[in-house]
Design a binder for this molecule. Sequence first.
Ligand code: PLP
Length: 396
Amino acid sequence: MTRSLASHPHTTSRLALSELAPGAMQSEIRAMTTECDRIGGINLAQGVCDTPVPAPVEAEAIAAIRAGHNIYTRLDGITRLRQAIAAKQQRDYGLAYDSETEVLVASGATGGLHAAAMALLNPHDEVLLFEPFYGYHVSTLKSMRVKPVFVPLAAPHWELDTDALHAAITPRTRAILLNTPANPSGKVFSRSEIEAIADVCREHDLFLFTDEIYEYFVYDGTRHIAPATLDGMRERTIVLSGFSKTFSVTGWRLGYATADAKWMAAMAYFHDLTYVCAPSALQHGAAAGLEQLPPSFYTQLAADHQSKRERILAALRHAGMEPTVPAGAYYVLARASRLPGKTAAEKARHLLAATGVASVAGSAFFRHGHGEDLLRFCFAKRDADLDEACARLRRL
Ligand code: PLP
């Protein structure tokens, strides 16, 4: 009789999966995308962001390929892009980073976080994350045998409970991972909340990893506060961001980290081990975008997505799925009580079958047993697709 090694981790055979592998699962987001593609539905599950790529970004990437920029770059990225990122951090937040020693062009914010965690964390360290969380954050930490510790935000508006934050600290806590504007909640942490988080970091001498990938997706006049700008925080904050969302190039795998020079050399080393460098020609496209796009590009991006947000909010309300209004990012969490199914995954599959609109089960963003009454919808879609999805939801 054959047996699965995965289900028998105590097997004495050396031909076995790693200790981590049996616990690894395909993400629910990817699973819904596959299911949606199979039935030819409209995918509001994955944050793929299929809006057009800004003209200079596209043109310079193509020109760079033709000009022969197709070989490895310096491990931390081309000078032009590192300089453009440093200039952007200065322009947007008044944060000064040395483009030679404090900027890493990474293979997405995802690659940046992986490199930072390899460089700065040890197995069995604890890292605090806010719940609902972005699954990749949790899985990346777990893949390094780092323990995620969850600090629940209070539904439905996801306020920070500072007592819960303090209570989660242990002698093993090394860092807090903060995503603002946040996926999936759309929460934009306020200045006072970030002050409270910074206080905890200073008091307990913690790193703060910030995932700011949605920094330009803010609505109703909300402002994104860069946590590294707070007193005493620059030295301990590892800023992660990227171009996937802002320039609609999720498939390019291009992002960055900015951090104090003390940490950056080790981060660049670990990034090199996995990726060698970020995609060479595409770095020129991103640099052109940062250099050439005017401030109005970013305000228009927010305005366009605010209008998309209004449309999906109206459709969800019409369909009886009460949404929480997101102040940022481009996702909505909506109540799924009216849909049949015991779990959020069943409800999402029912919705896909009934309307051809794919969403993600809320349970993908919470610890086991939570989020079963929520679905997440991504609204970073071309208008025609979003409008068709909204029309179908309204007919539910
Ligand atoms: N961080 C958050 C919070 C995200 O939602 C996503 C994508 O959905 C990413 C990072 C991925 O960023 P990148 O494509 O730069 O790796």
